[in-house]
Design a protein around this ligand. Structure first.
Ligand code: G3I
Length: 369
């Protein structure tokens, strides 16, 4: 934890940079700590969160960037051919602008058969499927990017197109219609329609042993983007760390720190920027009382952040949500004991958890970029 001197130094720095007021008296916000090192901190915001005054207060105080958890996704924003519904997504962007913070966009295409809009999966691409798919994607991406213009500073152009088990490009109706170059096409259209924006390939390859094929597949994809001249600026590290399907009770997934550094070395060696886009720590398998679980989450997060933030190409860190009860993980991977998970930096009372302190300390220990 910080000394009083450190707190005051950081709090004064926060005030000087015009950042949001601190989480508590004297405690600088996560975003002010991030900005002191040339980064920004932020979080995903769901549609209902904007009606939650306490959630909005935490975002205003702690964040310098937000992302829509769901309201910029194809099924929401383009629910039928030629039909666009910008209202939900506009609400978040307007909130961010009133608050004086950035918005990043997630996502223009989730290149995964399960998450395409149903009408796209059922779409008749006709006699010339390539031309038909290009027209559909061009309209989708250009319409959304032109609607938001410079109000959105960064786009996840493609999300999760590499199969985590095989490392191979996922098949969808779009790859069947126009081949693997569908990804490059989307980035070129996005560059034309949003020349100001950071264009990101976003995926959940991780630092655990089970992610080796996923990491290798993403490296191949990034290398191919580079070789073909696709306008990809950065890799989004979703960073859903902790337990996953096969993790034994009482532990997290054991990290492969050397392999993770080698992965980040190769990505940055190709010239890509990095951002942490969806950070949370799955404590489904962690036993003990709340203080013990929170300590384990904070320590595991700190190890991940100390390595990842040592790369000065990481410029933004976003958590996937703010308060534990609203995390997607509560439904996705419930605990065997039925207790809620504790994956985020604020608890059910909207109070900072030890994970909040771990993120703060990781920012404080990170190099300036
Ligand atoms: O809004 C409808 C509601 O009207 C309807 O009654 C209800 C019926 O189930 O569904 C609601 O939509 C749900 C939506 O979340 C909003 O709550 C969708 O069914 C549900 O599939 C959707 O889940 C989201 C999931 O992505 C799929 O889009 C999660 O909230 C969201 O946290 C999760 O986020 C993803 C990132 O986009 C990509 N990386 C992984 C991450 C976690 O899966």
């Amino acid at each position: 934890m910080w000394s009083r001197r450190q707190y005051l130094t950081l709090a004064l720095g926060a005030a000087a940079s015009g950042c949001a007021s601190p989480a508590g008296v004297g405690a600088p916000s996560l975003d002010s700590l991030a900005r002191a090192k040339g980064m920004r901190f932020g979080a995903a915001v769901g549609r209902r969160d904007l009606d939650d005054a306490r959630y909005c207060d935490v975002v205003r105080r702690e964040c310098g960037v937000v992302v829509a958890e769901n309201d910029h996704k194809w099924p929401v924003i383009h629910p039928a051919p030629g039909v666009y519904d910008f209202a939900p997504g506009d609400r978040l962007v307007a909130f961010a602008e009133r608050t004086g913070i950035r918005t990043r966009g997630h996502n223009l295409l989730w290149q995964h058969p399960r998450w395409l809009a149903p009408w796209v999966t059922a779409y008749d691409f006709g006699a010339n499927p390539r031309a038909s798919a290009e027209a559909l994607l061009r309209e989708h991406i250009a319409t959304i990017c032109q609607h938001y213009g410079t109000r959105i500073s960064s786009w996840d152009v493609i999300n999760e197109s590499i199969d985590e088990q095989t490392g191979v490009l996922r098949e969808t109706v779009l790859t069947r219609a126009m081949g693997p170059e569908v990804l490059d096409f989307c980035f070129h259209v996005a560059r034309e329609a949003a020349p100001h924006a950071q264009l990101v390939y976003n995926d959940y390859m991780g630092w655990e042993a089970g992610s080796a094929n996923h990491r290798a597949g993403v490296l191949r994809l990034l290398h191919d983007f580079k070789t073909r001249g696709a306008p990809v600026d950065a890799l989004g590290l979703q960073s859903h760390i902790g337990a996953n399907r096969g993790t034994p009770q009482g532990s997290f997934n054991p990290p492969q720190e050397r392999e993770w550094r080698a992965f980040l070395d190769e990505v940055t060696g190709m010239g890509f920027d990095l951002l942490i886009t969806e950070f949370d720590v799955n404590d489904r398998t962690i036993t003990g009382d709340i203080p013990q679980r929170d300590r384990a989450v904070a320590d595991y997060a700190r190890r991940y952040l100390d390595i990842t933030l040592s790369y000065t190409r990481v410029k933004e860190v976003l958590t996937w949500g703010v308060v534990n009860p609203k995390s997607w993980l509560q439904r996705f991977t419930p605990r065997e004991d039925g207790l809620p998970l504790r994956p985020l930096p604020f608890d059910e009372n909207y109070e900072p958890t030890p994970l909040h302190a771990a993120i703060a300390e990781a920012f404080e220990g990170a190099p300036v970029r």
